[in-house]
Design a protein around this ligand. Structure first.
Ligand code: G3P
Ligand code: CA
Length: 260
């Protein structure tokens, strides 16, 4: 792995910390992202939903139920209320062997808090989740990124990537700012590579549907190929041998060890 290359170079393999180092700490908390950085991840992977008062928060599910002590939808609660929730205790209950008292009562972070905490030296791999539910999400996302100098000519190459399963959402971002690197998420490799190439620098694909042939075709089309979500070292090694250019993992420490 040539770490002197840009994060967007096909010669560079990127280590994407899926929801932070989410095997080791409660997903989508500042602590989970801190672990990810310390473990050698290149990217902090951040899923986004929107509060009732229009703030972007880092959380995977539309509902708060799985990862907090509350059952409503993110979209039904104001940010102030979401910030009062406990986004860490569930992890301790689920993983008693690696539970830590310090995980109790961690907060759901906003995108702004994450960016302000980790600054412009970190790299952010941001997912637009459920864009149909949140018509204002894209504008708000671009506004937050712009306010933190993460858009425009001066940003470091690859310091942000925007990903989505929604081609429509990505095309909308592309139309507003064609310089933002976009990754089209999909469960399987696309049949029509040309359409994806019109707006995206690459694809993020479920590793279970990737093989040497599909990865080779995508690489020949000059698309980056990021496989999600890979937690077993043997599988990581195989995908790297087949030519993927990045891996989403809950274990950025394991991937970093392989990439050394
Ligand atoms: O964003 C890539 C991968 O994270 C997609 O799956 O459900 O974990 O967001 P999910
Ligand atoms: Ca994701």
């Amino acid at each position: 792995n040539d770490r002197s290359q840009s994060l967007l170079s096909p010669e560079r393999i990127v280590n994407i910390a899926h929801r932070g180092a989410s095997a080791h700490a409660p997903e989508h908390t500042l602590v989970s992202y801190e672990y990810a950085q310390k473990m050698g991840a290149d990217y902090l992977e951040i899923d986004l939903h929107m509060s009732a008062d229009g703030e972007l928060v880092a959380i995977h599910d539309q509902s708060l139920e799985r990862t907090t002590n509350h059952q409503q939808l993110v979209s039904e609660m104001e940010l102030k209320e979401i910030k009062e929730l406990d986004a860490g205790s569930w992890f301790n209950q689920k993983n008693p062997s690696i539970a830590k008292e310090s995980f109790d009562h961690l907060e759901v972070p906003t995108l702004t808090e994450v960016i302000e905490h980790f600054g412009n030296e970190a790299n952010y791999y941001i997912e637009i989740k459920a864009p149909k539910l949140y018509p204002e999400m894209i504008d708000k996302l671009l506004e937050v990124l712009s306010a933190h100098n993460l858009l425009g000519k001066d940003r470091r190459e690859g310091s942000i990537i925007i990903q989505s399963f929604s081609a429509e959402a990505l095309q909308k971002v592309h139309n507003q700012d064609p310089s933002i690197p976009l990754i089209q998420l999909m469960k399987q490799p696309p049949k029509d590579l040309n359409t994806v190439k019109q707006y995206a620098v690459g694809v993020g694909i479920n590793y279970k549907s990737l093989d040497l042939k599909s990865i080779t075709e995508l690489r020949e089309a000059e698309l980056l190929v990021h496989a999600y979500t890979v937690n077993h070292p043997e599988k990581m090694r195989q995908l790297l041998e087949w030519g993927v250019t990045g891996i989403f993992t809950d274990y950025p420490d394991v991937l970093a060890g392989i990439l050394e």
